[in-house]
Write a protein that binds this ligand. Structure first.
Ligand SMILES: C[C@H](O)[C@H](O)[C@H]1CNc2nc(N)[nH]c(=O)c2N1
Ligand SMILES: N[C@@H](Cc1ccccc1)C(=O)O
Ligand SMILES: [Fe+2]
Length: 270
């Protein structure tokens, strides 16, 4: 399957906290964070949704160094009762949904190298914190994410793969049409300077969001997305959480997957 987390070995290794829960990074790593922050802060105005900007203000992320998870936790706990959870890398769906269901968001504690600043094929700490944590300070979005985690936890293995696609097309790579124009809310776009520009350009397809369509859309995690689903309002996600999502999953399973619009991924051992 193309949309399972990649099994290929990564050159990256997550940092472990010391006895005081503090994670140490090198000067180069802090300066990578700083470059990414400066680049993205200049880019997001007029491109990301207001709810994200409000969340970013709430988090008050440092610009010159990689933040510590305890500092992020303080802001998240205070706004929505969420917390981070330190993880080694991309984690499997079952562990992922389990964390979300308990209001903990996985953070892989390594940062990309300067060569991969604009786009990285796996989640790093800049993606998890800058990409996802601002939206998690929004009560309605946080509630949607928690509900989604609970659904994923209760789902069968096959259903879970469908749920992962809808998650991908919304929380990771979602766009929203607002009165001010089209805006980004997906964390996978916001952490990548390259995808930030690509997602709003004429290159990819933009389809009006339909949950069953999103459930049926195969994806690859390691390329700029060829297709984005656009919601009309962030409320759409919250409303979705109050619908029978599993019935939609079963409908999607009955209809089957759409043909991919991308090249298949080369097998790691090919
Ligand atoms: C459901 C889905 O594939 C999703 O994008 C997940 C999977 N595993 C992950 N693992 C980590 N560390 N961080 C993430 O954001 C995700 N996202
Ligand atoms: N492509 C994202 C990271 C990412 C990889 C895979 C899944 C989700 C996010 C970035 O460059 O920031
Ligand atoms: Fe993510």
């Amino acid at each position: 399957m193309n949309d399972k987390p990649a099994k290929k070995p990564s050159k990256y290794q997550a940092r472990q906290p010391d006895a005081y829960g503090f994670i140490h990074y090198s000067d180069t790593e802090h300066s990578t964070w700083q470059t990414l922050m400066q680049r993205q802060l200049g880019m997001i105005e007029g491109r990301v949704c207001q709810e994200y900007l409000d969340g970013l203000e709430r988090l008050a992320l440092p610009e010159d160094r990689i933040p510590q998870l305890m500092d992020i936790d303080r802001a998240l706990l205070e706004s929505t009762g969420w917390q981070t959870a330190q993880v080694p890398a991309l984690i499997p769906f079952n562990t992922f949904f389990e964390l979300l269901a308990s209001k903990r968001f996985p953070v892989a504690t390594f940062i990309r190298t300067p060569e991969e600043l604009d786009y990285l094929q796996e989640p790093d700490i800049f993606h998890e914190i800058f990409g996802h944590c601002p939206m998690l300070t929004n009560p309605s979005f946080a509630e949607f994410t928690e509900t989604y985690g609970k659904l994923g936890l209760a789902a069968s293995k096959e259903e879970r793969v469908y749920l992962a696609r809808l998650y991908w097309m919304t929380v990771e790579f979602g766009l929203v049409d607002t009165p001010a124009g089209r805006r980004i809310y997906g964390g996978g776009i916001i952490s990548s300077p390259k995808e930030t520009l690509h997602s709003l350009s004429d290159v990819p397809a933009h389809h009006p969001f339909d949950p069953v369509d999103a459930l049926r859309t195969p994806y690859r995690i390691d390329i700029l997305q060829p297709l984005y689903y656009v919601i009309d309002h962030l409320r759409t996600l919250h409303d979705l959480a109050n619908r029978d999502i599993m019935a939609l999953v079963h409908e999607a399973m009955r209809l089957g997957l759409f043909a991919p619009t991308f090249e298949p991924k080369q097998a790691a051992n090919a």
